[in-house]
Ligand binder design. Structure first.
Ligand SMILES: [Zn+2]
Length: 315
């Protein structure tokens, strides 16, 4: 009799200071979820501990890990990580396999999220998609005919570093005026703070009374009807829409899926993205592209990593 008891997979998202782990069934459903904080110097042992905690809930066949860095999937080496430089060292993949005793698939976080949406979310009934993840940074990934398209360097899909403003501020990547310098969560907060400081009429906004606030607070205020917050979210959507219009013109792709914490503003941000993309792309291309919100929410990267483990880590 076939033993289906271990047909479950763990997916781990490594964020800047926190980790999220999920167990996903062979059918792609989330069975369990655990969050943890970690110290970068203990990353391997802390991932291993999180996996051990998940294994207490259900047996696990293999593990997928989504990291904020560029992974060479042939050698399983982390090539570079701007968000978590300590992860680009030695052979973290082998260390993780040794520490967990399980097969491990290591993948870039945007690629993992794209794969998750493709298999179990907003792209599941399609063939090709472009995924854009908008959070503390902006990542992107391209899936063509079911395969992640990584390009000659392995970093295809870096939509966060498309130039939006030739006179913009410097980006972490060395360029100036990248999409990320205006539309990532920290940069939305920066733009909103600068505006609140110089525009006295904006003091009507509840955010002006806060010492510090997050992009999530801004999205929350916008959904509560705060005019200033709505305006900031809408302007952010228009910047993203410029990049989306370029992607449409370049690829005429069937579907563009937008995820990440910033998309929690829902239609308030999705509508201006679609409007702006429509203005800036060739009409026949625009009309053949569906621009939709991701469906897997805050579990997206972890679910995608688990599904990569299911599809590529079965050994
Ligand atoms: Zn950049």
């Amino acid at each position: 009799m076939p033993d289906n008891s271990t047909n479950n997979f763990a997916g781990i998202e490594i964020a800047a200071k926190t980790m999220r782990g999920v167990i996903v069934s062979g059918a792609g459903d989330v069975i369990a979820r655990r969050d943890a904080v970690y110290e970068p110097e203990n990353l391997v042992s802390e991932i291993s501990e999180l996996v051990a905690g998940l294994r207490e809930v259900k047996p696990i066949k293999s593990v997928g890990v989504g990291i904020p860095g560029l992974v060479n999937r042939e050698t399983d080496r982390v090539l570079i990580s701007m968000g978590l430089p300590s992860i680009a060292r030695d052979d973290i993949h082998s260390e993780l396999m040794k520490a967990t005793g399980l097969r491990v698939e290591l993948e870039n976080d945007a690629n993992a999220a794209a794969y998750g949406e493709y298999k179990a979310g907003a792209g599941r009934d399609g063939r090709d998609l472009f995924y854009i993840g908008i959070g503390d940074a902006i990542g992107g990934a391209l899936i063509l005919d079911g395969k992640l398209w990584i390009g000659a360097s392995g970093c295809a899909g870096e939509v966060g570093h498309i130039t939006i403003n030739t006179e913009g501020i410097e980006c972490e990547c060395g360029n100036t005026g990248c999409l990320e310098t205006v539309a990532s969560a920290p940069n939305i907060v920066r733009r909103a703070s600068e505006r609140l400081n110089r525009d006295s009429t904006s003091s009507l906004s509840r955010l002006a009374m806060e010492e510090s606030f997050t992009a999530g607070d801004l999205a929350h205020e916008a959904t509560n009807g705060d005019d200033f917050s709505i305006m900031m979210i809408e302007r952010t959507g228009r910047f993203i829409g410029i990049a989306v219009g370029s992607i449409i013109n370049l690829l005429s792709i069937e579907r563009i899926v937008l995820g990440g914490a910033v998309m929690e503003a829902g239609d308030l941000i999705l509508k201006p993205i679609i409007e702006e993309a429509g203005k800036r792309s060739f009409q026949p291309c625009f009309e053949s592209t569906r621009i939709v919100a991701a469906e897997l929410g805050a579990d997206g990267i972890a679910i995608g990593a688990a599904l990569l483990a299911r599809d590529f880590g079965g050994g």
